[in-house]
Design a protein around this ligand. Structure first.
Ligand code: FUL
Length: 691
């Protein structure tokens, strides 16, 4: 009798236990809301910056700009929507009101809007036009409403909050479904404020009474997600940089209260108690608004690909900005580069090698087919592989029918049950031996790994640590083609030639004798020392797999600047003007000012070149009017050239000035005037031309 009872108890436990295992794993809290889940699945969407400061060439409007300047002659929101759609984006967020306070819709609550602009004789509503265009092109629509308003007289007083909420109500009521609202963190400071022209400070945490503002937002748009980096924690977080990346370790969690230092923005908080995923916001140009001087600084295809892998590929979303030109259109270079980017992504993720492959798991939850390894490659995002509850590790092994080459690995967790994986490795069986390809940390909604092409017969995802039983909803493997863009050539102060690859898997070949390089020319592996004379470098990127080559890159350099010194200058940073790196710069003295260089020996000069500080915020320091002197002894000077660098503000590229041949050992560039009075003079590079 006793033993029958015991047997019964034993089987009861066995049964109830296996029943529990058979059930859906319990979520690991916190988990995303449905709105956050839907938003995460969008992955990639566009930002559009346009306002009165588009017409003053400023990053921020001050709030006193005359609405009359808002008069585009070619404005076409359908062009914006078409480009976003063709780029593969799923939505668009529009600066309905930026810090200037100028409203791009005819708000009832202010005259500082398109109502008083010449565009469409004050009858236009740009928010409506764009919302409609988005509908037409199948894009979701979102709005940026700057909490900071440099125009409004009440900004800083309690009355402004009513104004702000009234505007929010207009935007969230009259333009259909809004998927995301953006509350920028820039808050308070100098402004026009209805003519007060003063500095107004607010406490971004308390001033806007965010909790009640959020309630209003959710009441008007139940499906929305809220982005806010200044006030109370909202649905999405800033990743702490506008450069286009989030940390490789990226938890979609933060703590609901308390400060969020930059490190947490970048990586999230492993044991955070609130689901606050990261959105990577970045512009296709250095700045958010359109500035003609940035026409040659549009992110290139390799840069855009890096941005993608460093955002969507790291459990983030990508919010990529287009500045609108004064004529009302997106610039053709921005369009071309973003469409090239779409094409390259399509090619990279065209053929998933894991379709119809054999897959095995180290453990399957309750041995149930519902949670089998197959669920990780069944192309159904709702199903997933799961282990038993008592495990926090496990592996999935894919067996190919023949040696297979690949260079990308994509993996996803079903995050509606929480973000679990803390650590994983990727291994491949190459020539019968298991090798580690990558050692990583978090996965989250999506993780994509890039590595050099390998040829393997098996591949294994090894989850080495997780918060609870690991779950994988999807795995994909690809052979992404090599991106062949011309390499970048520079020469440092020592005279060494440096050539940068644009794809880790490409090869670079170069010549120094003016001939066109081929794969039989010298292969670039490290900086190439040269004699210090003039050189001409030609280089190509080469795809060793299909033997295709990029367009030619070529640069000519005058004599190396190895023995040059900057005269009477203590600041070591001054040497940055000779380092051959266009991205480093030096600024010190206010114009008029002089920079004197000792060339180390007498040279036969016929001209000089100047490259201004290339940082987008460094406009003021661009030298516009100059004199150039030479000397034998550094004390008696001869003026060789003077004048202006025409159009340098809009086109801050190398400025070349030629003069009559002369012999000299010292040179002096005198900055007579900069673009802005009373600013320092800035230099990225100074160089000479010799006979
Ligand atoms: C920043 C703003 O100050 C920029 O102008 C831009 O709107 C960017 C997206 O956010 O904080």
């Amino acid at each position: 009798m006793k033993s029958t009872v015991l047997k019964f108890i034993f089987f009861y436990f066995l049964l109830s236990n296996s029943k529990a295992q058979n059930e859906t794993p319990k979520p690991v809290l916190p988990i995303p809301t449905e709105n956050q889940l839907r938003w995460q699945q969008m992955e990639y969407y566009g930002f559009i910056h346009y306002s009165v400061n588009t017409y003053t060439d400023e990053a921020w409007g001050f709030g006193n700009e005359d609405p009359k300047i808002f008069s585009p002659d070619k404005l076409d929101v359908r062009q914006w929507a078409r480009i976003c759609k063709e780029a593969g984006m799923k939505g668009v967020i529009f600066t309905a009101k930026h810090h200037s306070g100028f409203c791009l819709w005819p708000s009832k609550y202010t005259d500082y809007s398109v109502k008083n602009a010449p565009w469409k004789n004050g009858q236009g509503d740009l928010v409506k036009e764009l919302a409609d265009a988005c509908k037409e092109f199948g894009l979701k629509f979102g709005v940026y409403l700057s909490p900071w308003d440099r125009n409004h007289p009440d900004y800083g007083k309690p009355e402004y909050i009513t104004y702000f909420r009234n505007q929010l109500t207009e935007l969230l009521t009259n333009y259909g479904e809004i998927f995301e609202v953006w509350f920028d963190g820039a808050n308070g400071g100098n402004g026009f404020y209805g003519g007060a022209n003063e500095n107004r400070k607010i406490d971004a945490k308390t001033y806007y009474d965010w909790q009640n503002t959020y309630k209003l937002v959710r009441k008007l748009q139940p499906n929305i997600v809220i982005w806010n980096d200044g006030g109370d924690r909202a649905d999405l977080r800033w990743v702490g940089t506008e450069s286009g990346y989030v940390g490789e370790t990226n938890w979609s969690l933060l703590n609901a209260t308390g400060a969020v230092p930059e490190d947490m923005l970048r990586h999230g908080v492993e044991n955070g108690n609130a689901w606050v995923p990261g959105e990577v916001n970045t512009s296709i140009r250095p700045e958010w608004f359109y500035h003609p001087k940035e026409d040659k600084k549009v992110k290139t295809l390799p840069q855009l690909m890096d941005t993608y892998y460093n955002s969507v590929g790291r459990n983030g979303t990508l919010l990529l900005n287009f500045p609108i030109m004064p004529n009302g259109l997106i610039h053709e270079t921005d369009e071309k580069n973003v469409l090239d980017f779409a094409k390259a992504r399509k090619e990279a993720f065209e053929k998933n090698i894991l379709k119809n492959t054999k897959i095995q798991a180290s453990n399957v939850r309750a041995k149930s087919s519902q949670f089998s390894a197959q669920k990780a490659i069944d192309n159904d995002a709702k199903t997933y592989w799961a282990t038993d509850d008592d495990l926090t590790s496990g592996s999935l092994t894919v067996i190919f029918t023949k040696p297979t080459s690949f260079n990308r690995f994509l993996v996803q967790e079903p995050i509606h049950l929480g973000q679990r994986v803390k650590a994983f490795t990727l291994e491949a069986n190459i020539n019968g031996k298991w090798q580690k390809i990558a050692i990583e940390t978090t996965i989250g909604y999506k993780r994509i790994l890039r590595f050099k092409t390998i040829i393997a017969t098996q591949i294994r995802l090894n989850i080495t640590d997780a918060k609870a039983c690991p779950l994988i909803s999807n795995m994909e493997v690809y052979q992404a083609p090599i991106i062949l863009t011309p390499p970048m050539i520079s020469r440092n102060q020592n005279g060494d030639v440096q050539i940068s690859q644009t794809d880790a898997e490409s090869e670079v070949y170069y010549t120094l004798d003016g001939t066109i390089p081929s794969s039989k020319s010298a292969k670039y592996t490290a900086a190439v020392p040269t004699d210090l004379g003039k050189i001409q470098v030609k280089a190509i990127s080469f795809n060793p797999q299909n033997k295709l080559r990029s367009a030619l890159a070529e640069e000519s350099f005058d004599i190396a600047r190895k023995n040059w010194t900057i005269v009477a200058e203590q600041d070591k940073n001054a040497l940055k003007v000779l380092d051959g790196n266009e991205y480093t710069s030096w600024q010190k003295h206010k114009a008029p000012t002089e920079l004197t260089i000792d060339l180390g020996k007498v040279e036969n000069l016929v001209g000089f070149r100047y490259l201004s500080d290339q940082n987008w915020w460094a406009d003021a320091s661009i030298i516009s009017h100059y004199q150039f002197f030479v000397s034998d002894d550094g004390s008696t000077w001869k003026l060789m050239s003077e004048g202006e660098f025409s159009n340098i503000k809009n086109n801050p590229t190398w400025q070349i000035k030629i003069f009559e041949e002369t012999k000299a050992r010292f040179i002096k560039l005198k900055a007579l005037k900069n673009i802005k009075e009373n600013s320092n003079s800035g230099y990225a590079e100074i160089d000479i031309l010799t006979k």
